[in-house]
Write a protein that binds this ligand. Sequence first.
Ligand SMILES: O=C(CO)[C@H](O)[C@H](O)COP(=O)(O)O
Length: 220
Amino acid sequence: MIIAPSILNADNLNLGRDIKKATQAGITRFHIDIMDGHFVPNLSYGPQLVQDFKREFPLVEAEIHLMSDNLETMIPAFTQAGADLLEFHFEASKKVEYWLDYLASNGVKTGLVLNPETDVNVLKPYLKELKQVLLMSVHPGFGGQKYIPETADKIAQLKQLMKDANVNIPIEVDGGINDKTAPLAEKAGANVLVCGSYIFKNGDIAGQIRKLEGILNEGH
Ligand SMILES: O=C(CO)[C@H](O)[C@H](O)COP(=O)(O)O
């Protein structure tokens, strides 16, 4: 299981410090939420943040979760900024195939994201080109929301879809992950968990990461 901390609810005035604390606790990938105030009702970071992240932490993966329907501007900008993995929403794109090709030819690993209400079957034509699928377990736009329990059914449906297509890529779950919900997502078959508030909000970043890892290890 990979834990990818979402920096959205970290202390933004001490972001470098908090990211460093998480890497010292063994984290090798961060989830960076990009919100455009249009596709979702919130604003977050721009490409400069990603560029600075890669300058300071070149060996740590920057996973970009693009919550925008302005892909023409955003995808090239975040590709140039140094995204290792870029995930865009199926709901936000009329040219999925075009952007998958663009990202692959620029050496960026690609994931598609589905909102909670979107049927997993929409992924069928793209599964072979994806490096990951991200299932939202909250409605995108804000950290600190409650995990939607029906996510387990979506994970099961996606696993079946992948099996039928003979594809085996990681399933990532994002939103409301904590010590109670992480085991639910793991049991349902998630391979990557995005976790924001739980890790960054209580002041003991390393302790929260260890706690989450401990709980996930108990299941084995
Ligand atoms: O994509 C997101 C919101 O749109 C965040 O990544 C997600 O909500 C993680 O934060 P938290 O763990 O606090 O729920």
